[in-house]
Design a protein around this ligand. Structure first.
Ligand SMILES: Cc1cc2nc3c(=O)[nH]c(=O)nc-3n(C[C@H](O)[C@H](O)[C@H](O)COP(=O)(O)OP(=O)(O)OC[C@H]3O[C@@H](n4cnc5c(N)ncnc54)[C@H](O)[C@@H]3O)c2cc1C
Length: 494
């Protein structure tokens, strides 16, 4: 019997996960990827023996990886050879004080109380709330497909309006647990992963710091890229066909069907089912016949972006921990600059990753591999941002911050630099506005309110990825791929 044919546009994590699942169900799946390799934002650059994960560097929410790999018939633990990273982050504050976030509660008590006396019970209560939010959030929001409004607006979901604290700001909610601004920052900065400021993120997101401490932050042997390699092994074993350097220029669609795609080189391909993994607002704007929906999506709130530096160093900085985060005192202003003013803060919070501390093979012997990420605004509608200038400022801030840790000679030991600015993110992965996390996760863009996994008019066109449901991050991309694939299978069956 002829197999139903599926075209997947994009070999990001959500695209590969969906493709693997559909092929395992007996469909004929072809994945078209514009870049020469799979992975999308979970990308890898290698140069002179230095290996850089260019997007994700933290394997968080490991329970989701386990569940999603198990749903594909595999074991995440076995395939990824995970090691736990504990302490997770080394936080450095403007006054030089530090906090190593760890699941060792004795150490946490000592460290927290040296910053704010008697704060440890507040920390335990915060974890309790995070635990509640995590489990409810996973069960009722993340792992759910809201195909109809009635799947979301149920009597059973009503108590969530109290239980998940969606109408209370995350930062404001911290006053119930801590007085010290440094501690409020230490357990809310993760909101930036959702593209949000803690001053507007719902308190629901305490699930993130909770999960990092309770379930751990992990590192696959060989880095985050290993997640993509593992998924590709699963997908290829199921029979998925990958075509690289195949940029889709247009989706042919008419009446209520998507018919096929036209590639940039003019080739046409047809399929019975289409799944777009490329950034959803971009798909509406650039690939589909124009309609009002593309304008509506463009007006939605987008996440921030980042300037990233990838440095190959001829010296090893052994004292540098795997994940170091510099948190600025002017925390509120930092988010305002990034999110409202679309620029770089005067004194930005920033993150530095030294992968060779976790896996020595990430750098040549005696040398080091360093990644620095500085959050900045996404590209403005009318341009006007001088990315060269912003990038120079960002680099200067990284050097300044490292000096405060006693690393004064970094600039002298850089063999080469590769860097990404918001226009690079847009160009490499077709991310609208160069927003690294796609549409952000404010209340009106969460759950049922996030763009659906299926097109409203073209009923055989589905979506999987960061800007659709459930949202951004590698584990959620895995869930998104599964939700889209399950819907396709259900609707083909029906
Ligand atoms: C700097 C940074 C740090 C991050 N850190 C973390 C982290 O530590 N932990 C974590 O879990 N998550 C992290 N994330 C988020 C995570 O990387 C993303 O949410 C996830 O990779 C998104 O996967 P996706 O499948 O939705 O989309 P993408 O990765 O965007 O995949 C879409 C694919 O579609 C392709 N494509 C686009 N247009 C076309 C076209 N016209 N034709 C053909 N192909 C096309 C793209 O090239 C791409 O390969 C980070 C992201 C960034 C950018």
């Amino acid at each position: 019997m002829k197999k139903t044919s599926v075209i997947v546009i994009g070999a990001g994590v959500a695209g590969i996960a969906a493709a693997a699942r559909l092929a395992q169900q007996g469909l004929h799946v072809t994945v078209l990827e514009k870049n020469p390799q799979a992975g999308g934002r979970c990308d890898r650059i290698c140069r002179e023996g230095h290996h850089f994960d260019t997007g994700p560097t933290l394997l968080v929410m490991p329970l989701l990886y386990e569940a999603e790999f198990a749903a594909l018939g595999c074991s995440a633990r076995e395939m990824l050879q995970l090691q736990r990273v504990d302490p997770t982050y080394h936080l450095v504050f403007d006054d030089g004080s530090q906090l190593a976030l760890t699941s060792d509660l004795h150490s946490m008590r000592r460290q927290l109380e040296s910053i704010e006396p008697k704060s440890f019970p507040g920390f335990l209560r915060y974890l309790e709330e995070g635990h509640r939010h995590y489990h409810l959030g996973m069960e009722r929001l993340v792992n759910r497909d809201f195909r109809r409004a009635s799947d979301f607006f149920t009597l059973g979901n009503l108590p969530l309006l109290i239980q998940l604290k969606p109408f209370i700001g995350h930062y404001r909610n911290m006053s119930a647990y801590f007085d010290e601004p440094r501690l409020k920052a230490a357990f809310t900065f993760q909101d930036v992963y959702m593209g949000l400021s803690p001053f507007e993120a719902p308190a629901t997101f305490s699930m993130m710091p909770y999960s990092e401490l309770a379930h751990g932050v992990w590192y696959p042997k060989g880095g985050m890229r290993r997640v993509v390699e593992a998924l590709m092994e699963i997908a290829r074993a199921a029979g998925v066909e990958f075509v690289f350097d195949a940029s889709v220029a247009r989706i042919d669609a008419s009446a209520d069907r998507a018919r096929g795609v036209v590639l940039a080189d003019g080739r046409r391909l047809e399929a019975e089912v289409m799944l777009a993994n490329a950034d959803l607002p971009y798909v509406y704007r650039e690939l589909l016949p124009q309609d009002e929906r593309a304008n509506q999506l463009e007006k939605k709130r987008f996440s921030c972006s980042v300037v990233s530096f990838f440095w190959g160093l001829d010296k090893k900085y052994e004292a540098l921990n795997p994940h170091t985060l510099f948190l600025a005192d002017d925390y509120r202003q930092n988010f305002k600059s990034i999110i409202d003013d679309l620029t770089i803060p005067e004194n930005p919070s920033l993150y530095i990753h030294a992968p060779a501390r976790l896996d020595p093979s990430m750098a040549p012997a005696g040398e080091d591999t360093l990644i620095a990420i500085v959050p900045v605004g996404h590209m403005g509608r009318n341009g006007g941002q001088d990315w060269g200038e912003i990038q120079d400022q960002a680099r200067g801030h990284v050097f300044r911050r490292l000096k405060s840790l006693g690393i004064t000679d970094l600039a002298d030991h850089i063999k080469f630099e590769i860097n990404f600015t918001p226009p690079s993110w847009r160009k490499r992965y077709n991310l609208m506005k160069g927003a690294t996390h796609g549409l952000c996760h404010n209340l009106t863009q969460l759950g049922y309110f996030r763009p659906s996994n299926r097109h409203a008019r073209y009923l055989n066109l589905y979506f999987a990825g960061a800007s659709t449901r459930p949202g951004t991050g590698i584990p959620t991309a895995l869930v998104s791929g599964r939700l889209a694939a399950e819907r396709i299978m259900d609707e083909l069956g029906g």
